[in-house]
Design a protein around this ligand. Structure first.
Ligand SMILES: Nc1ncnc2c1ncn2[C@@H]1O[C@H](COP(=O)(O)OP(=O)(O)OP(=O)(O)O)[C@@H](O)[C@H]1O
Length: 263
């Protein structure tokens, strides 16, 4: 692997559900230490793309390389090892209601420890969770609370803490600002950028929020009818010169994109 090797390199990725082709030959490179935002209409396949990389959906064809190794051809154990290193912030936090905040934050670490036969003592896991909570602007005492006792913004911070707890070199963000007010959205974006920079991680975010896309992303790509129809700097999202991207990012009803209501 050289510096020019993309951290994530996707080639010819296809996925159909029945007769519906959701991904139709996706090619995408994400360079180490950079962030790529993927935009596209509802049902355009953004989540399916992330789920394919996470091994939650098996693509029909194509390759997904991480550090130059095609994870789709790896034996299951090694593939799981590669995917285990990806931190994920889910759209609605996806916190476990029955676990305290610190247990949520340390969940992945403790589970990985169990899998690798190196159980992390609870006191150590709790102390680590406290330090990670501080990194997302929460007092470690929040660790004793339960998710239902937190506001939406705090839940997002806890979800972010969980995503970064194992210091992953790849981070995925699924609509990180959905459901937040614009100020809290900007705060969460700022934390995401800080965490990604501090860890030196490579990130992919999917979002409908153009302000967020421009704050988080170095690069951006737009998914439409199963293909990435545009890729460029995230700073160019509002004036890309591509009529489809322009229609989408400015939210215009008229233009080359026709919304398919049954997707
Ligand atoms: N497991 C599945 N079985 C069948 N169809 C699926 C499955 N997962 C996704 N799809 C279909 O794939 C298409 C793309 O879905 P996906 O969730 O990736 O869209 P999206 O771009 O993330 O949308 P949104 O922005 O609304 O979250 C949709 O038509 C969806 O119904």
């Amino acid at each position: 692997m050289t510096d020019a090797t993309p951290k994530i390199r996707i080639r010819g990725l296809t996925k159909s559900f029945g007769s519906k082709r959701v991904l139709d030959g996706i090619d995408l490179d994400v360079m180490p230490g950079t962030s790529c935002v993927v935009i596209g209409g509802s049902g355009s396949g953004k989540s399916v793309l992330l789920r394919c990389i996470l091994g939650l959906i098996a693509p029909d064809s194509g390759s997904i390389e991480i550090d130059g190794v095609d994870i789709l051809t790896l034996p299951a154990r090694r593939r799981e090892g590669a995917i285990e290193k990806i931190g994920m912030l889910f759209q609605n936090g996806a916190l476990f209601d029955s676990l305290s905040v610190w247990e949520n934050v340390a969940f992945g670490l403790m589970a990985a420890g169990r899998r690798h036969g190196a159980r992390m003592p609870r006191a150590e896991a709790r102390a680590h969770a406290g330090r990670v909570l501080e990194q997302v602007g929460l007092d470690p005492s929040v660790g004793a609370l339960y998710p239902s006792e937190l506001s939406g913004g705090m839940q997002k911070r806890v979800g972010l803490a969980r995503a970064i707890a194992s210091q992953p070199d790849i981070l995925f963000f699924d609509e990180p600002t959905t459901g937040l007010d614009p100020i809290m959205g900007a705060v969460i974006d700022g934390l995401i950028v800080d965490c990604v920079r501090r860890l030196g991680s490579t990130a992919i975010a999917i979002t409908h929020d153009m302000a967020s896309a421009r704050r988080i992303g170095d690069r951006a790509a737009m998914l439409y009818q199963g293909k990435l129809i545009w890729q460029g700097p995230a700073s160019a999202l509002l004036d890309s010169g591509n009529p489809m991207v322009d229609q989408f990012t400015h939210g215009r009803r008229e233009g080359p994109i026709s919304m398919e209501l049954r997707r």
